[in-house]
Design a protein around this ligand. Structure first.
Ligand SMILES: [Zn+2]
Length: 252
């Protein structure tokens, strides 16, 4: 048996039996892990409050190496993100972020950059008011860290660099095509240089500063078409939480 200590973020927590819960974490040191929390459904239990989705905790768990399921030993809250869960407008965005992580990251895939992306995005969600830019930033960076970074610097077929004009984009090729190649290879959407530049900015800007980027509406819509459709094509389905974000946007 090995004992593991790491920072972690709670992705989801489901009932396993009358007294136990099964909790999925994204840990800093060991990637995504699943733990049985014994007694977590009892009214008085030692994990109380620390297994809510999005909570950042200090996690101690144990089990044999390289197994699928571990036993939770201790979970101490470092940041509860309670104010995010209390704010309906923010709650579903946070659920969307952890749903994407849970769907796109396999167990055993360890990458501290993904942990840091989620943690910094949750802090930005807590602190910022303008959140559409944060959603696009999270999508494009998670895609990139998962190996699906779209090629927007040069034609994905012939490598020609085009700095001005309209970019035609293929979801199957996961990149832009020059005017020559786009006659032979089917493209799905097109966007302007301005949109391409904003996507570049979203890949590079400090996450805590992304609320300061003001993206014009038309370009924000073009970016959503690129990043969200890439999410769809890599997941093979619409994330469950996304329709809530879209429908709530009409009321907030
Ligand atoms: Zn080309």
């Amino acid at each position: 048996m090995a004992l593991y200590r790491t920072r972690a973020i709670v992705l989801k927590s489901i009932n396993l039996s009358e007294s136990d819960r099964l909790v999925t974490f994204l840990s800093e040191n060991h990637g995504k892990v699943k733990c049985v929390a014994k007694g977590a459904r009892k009214v008085k239990n030692r994990f109380w409050g620390s297994l809510e989705p999005m909570s950042q905790i200090h996690l101690i768990y144990f089990g044999k190496e390289n197994q699928n399921l571990y036993r939770l030993n201790q979970a101490d809250i470092l940041e509860s993100f309670q104010s995010v869960r209390d704010d309906f407008g923010k709650l579903y965005k946070g659920i969307y972020f952890i749903e994407l992580i849970d769907s796109m990251i396999l167990e055993g895939h360890q990458d501290k950059r993904i942990f840091n992306l989620l943690l910094q995005t949750l802090f930005a969600l807590k602190q910022q008011a303008e959140l559409d830019t944060l959603i696009r930033l999270f999508e494009i960076r998670l895609l990139s860290l998962s190996g699906y970074k779209p090629q927007i610097d040069h034609c994905v077929v012939c490598k020609t660099v085009s700095e001005n004009g309209i970019f035609k984009f293929s979801f199957i090729q996961n990149g832009i095509l020059c005017s020559n190649c786009s006659r032979r290879v089917a493209t799905d959407i097109q966007f302007t240089t301005g949109t391409r530049n904003y996507i570049r900015k979203l890949m590079e800007v400090e996450i805590k500063s992304c609320g300061r980027i003001k993206i014009p509406r038309h370009q924000a819509e073009e970016i959503e078409k690129v990043t969200h459709r890439l999410v769809l094509s890599h997941l093979g389905r619409e994330p469950k939480s996304y329709p809530f974000i879209k429908s709530m946007a009409q009321f907030i």
